[in-house]
Design a binder for this molecule. Structure first.
Ligand code: CP
Length: 330
């Protein structure tokens, strides 16, 4: 594997999930694979889970890791070609990425959507330039439109529970082919669509491999880009979507059509314990960080139905499987 950016970089989801689960069972089996290899993690935005889980994954593989908060500790980046650099941007991405590629064997890169210009964000210009100019394998740590390491960990979390329905409490209630629902949640500020887009494209691919059934629910106006949702059932009626759900993935996103806007904050969309009654004893997921009692009730987060800590834990094994595949192809 030379690049991990989207679900399209994976040939068979079931095989990858199985590999993640095997790594979780034997985390140090490949501890010599990354010997004398360096992973560089480059962040233009904040991170807790992605930064530390990927660092831990690389360490388990025997790699050295360098982390740089390029937005704070680096020179301000120019990304356009053909401009005279007489403004505040001191370093061009052509040199910055090439130098990082020179120091490292694999790079991770995080750059969120700016939510100012849909074409610019959805062209993934910055991520693509970074990949091109660093000239070594790159794993996305979340780009403008996708968060694939999160989505892989989410799929693993769902399937390890669906595959072994006694995983948590001994109650066998999760169907072999579970119903997975992505539900929009309120927020105080507009967030990128990356996590929702990514979760959707991974679930649609998993659905096509007969691993689960996928439904999206959101208020009117919050449609995601069709490229990410083709093949999913979509409804504006949250209660309809939640009926018989096995897994509910809670996430806010801002408007795609009315780009980057917080259109309104419709009442009644925050998931709470009462809403879980209509589900198939659903487990509740969120990528974190989560705003308690705004996006998701603290009663759910503190109760037995929340999977958020397991999801975050699986970020390590997901990253480790991807780094392993990249190391095997160096
Ligand atoms: N879920 C996730 O990517 O968390 P961080 O932004 O803290 O890395």
């Amino acid at each position: 594997m030379k690049r991990f950016f989207s679900v399209n970089d994976v040939q068979n989801l079931r095989d990858l999930v199985n590999e993640v689960v095997l790594i979780k069972q034997s985390p140090f089996k490949y501890q010599d694979l990354g010997k004398n290899k360096t992973l560089g993690l480059v962040f233009l935005n904040p991170s807790l889970r992605t930064r530390l889980s990927t660092q831990k994954a690389a360490t388990n593989l025997g790699m050295d890791v360098m982390v740089m908060n390029l937005d704070k500790d680096g020179w301000a980046l120019e990304t356009r070609d053909g401009v005279v650099m007489n403004g505040s941007n001191a370093e061009h991405i052509r040199e910055a990425a090439a130098v990082l590629g020179n120091y490292c064997d694999i790079l991770g890169f995080r750059s969120f959507a700016k939510l100012q210009n849909q074409d610019e964000d959805y062209s993934e210009d910055l991520f693509n330039k970074f990949v091109k100019f660093c000239n070594i394998p790159v794993v996305s740590l979340e780009s403008a439109t996708r968060h694939p390491l999160q989505s892989l960990a989410d799929l693993v979390t769902i399937l390890e529970l669906a595959d072994n329905s006694t995983y948590f409490s001994g109650e066998a209630h999760v169907k072999a082919r579970p119903k997975v629902v992505l539900t929009w949640a309120p927020h105080i500020k507009p967030l990128p669509q990356a996590v929702a887009n990514s979760f959707s494209e991974w679930m649609i691919q998993a659905q096509s491999e007969s691993l689960l059934d996928f439904v999206i629910t959101h208020p009117e106006g919050y449609d995601l880009a069709e490229d990410f949702t083709r093949g999913a059932a979509i409804t504006h009626h949250q209660d309809e979507a939640l009926a018989d759900a096995d897994f509910i993935y809670v996430k806010n996103w801002s408007g795609y059509r009315d780009y980057g806007k917080l259109l309104n904050n419709p009442e009644g969309w925050m998931l709470d314990s009462k809403m879980l009654k209509q589900t198939n004893s659903a487990k509740v997921m969120h990528c974190l960080p989560v705003r308690r009692d705004l996006e998701l009730s603290s009663e759910i987060l503190d109760g037995p139905d929340a999977l958020v800590i397991q999801q975050a834990g699986n970020r390590v094994w997901a990253a480790q499987a991807i780094l392993k595949r990249m190391l095997e192809n160096l």
